[in-house]
Design a protein around this ligand. Structure first.
Ligand SMILES: Cc1cc2nc3c(=O)[nH]c(=O)nc-3n(C[C@H](O)[C@H](O)[C@H](O)COP(=O)(O)O)c2cc1C
Length: 254
């Protein structure tokens, strides 16, 4: 018997893959779910007697700053938590350590952690088919192992890789282009952009001083009108494609 009745899923997922991973882990618990989507949820909450599954994408080896700030407002009461960072097949730097540390600071009892791999949201050619069937199988095994661990009442400290102090945040300054011929002015991008970088009266333009290149507007556009652009973007893409592109496996820590 599991020692709680609810699973709360907390995620920041501009291109949707982190949410998919968290959903996959949560589903085996067969309990009621509550969702906290940190792209729009910016409030304080105290969690108590439930399992919390937290999924964060990796931005430049760290947690995205906005996601970290919003997650910092969520506190546990020795609440059981699973820490998941999801990266685009290049590397996850110190993001998993950052997430586990933050959860512990906020009084969560971290019972398991994972680094998972999904399509790179800036450079879609990298890890383009992830998560695949093998990944899904591994995620299911992980959640079955979590259930067994919780049912047995076993406790142990979780150790993950990473180094402190964490690196500074990176400002990519990529342009975001919107094709006027494709845009249907539905304004979905305006209403969902977490930093309000796109204005209602001119969705073609993106305020690059506010934009943090999270990729949400590009991914939610039903007309595929939006894309990254500019010299910086194509130079970084070329660099990224020269990295070690060998398959990285998901890693699990219990
Ligand atoms: C600004 C930015 C920086 C990123 N940095 C990294 C990185 O350091 N390593 C990596 O492998 N993937 C990196 N990625 C890719 C994302 O971590 C990856 O695509 C993740 O699956 C996105 O999750 P989402 O689908 O929930 O948005 C980055 C993506 C963005 C937008």
């Amino acid at each position: 018997m599991l020692p709680f009745k609810k699973v709360s899923k907390i995620y920041f997922s501009p291109s949707g893959t982190t949410k998919r991973v968290v959903d996959e882990i949560a589903k085996n618990f067969e309990l009621d779910n509550e969702n906290y989507d940190l792209l729009s949820f910016d409030d304080s909450v105290n969690f108590d007697d439930e399992l919390v599954i937290v999924g964060m994408p990796v931005f430049d080896g760290r947690l995205p700053k906005m996601a970290r700030d919003r997650l910092s407002q969520l506190k546990g009461n020795n609440t059981k938590a699973v820490a998941v960072i999801n990266y685009g097949g290049l590397g996850y730097g110190d993001a998993l350590l950052e997430l586990v540390d933050l959860l512990k600071e906020n009084n969560f009892d971290v019972i398991g952690a994972a680094s998972t791999v999904s399509k790179h949201s800036l450079f879609n050619e990298i890890a383009s088919k992830r998560p695949d069937n093998l990944d899904m199988k591994m995620l299911n095994e992980f959640s079955q192992n979590l259930i067994e661990k919780l049912e047995s009442g076993k406790t142990n400290e979780i150790f993950v890789s990473g180094q402190k102090p964490f690196a500074d945040y990176v400002n990519h300054s990529f342009d975001v282009k919107c094709d006027e011929n494709l845009c249907v002015y539905c304004n979905d991008c305006v209403y969902t952009c977490p930093v309000e970088a796109i204005e209602e009266d001119n969705p073609i333009e993106t305020n690059l001083d506010l934009c943090d290149n999270c990729s949400l507007c590009i991914n939610i556009c039903s007309e595929n009108a939006r894309s990254f652009d500019g010299e910086n973007y194509f130079a970084e893409k070329e660099n990224a494609m020269e990295n070690d592109m060998s398959r990285k496996e998901m890693e699990f820590f219990m």
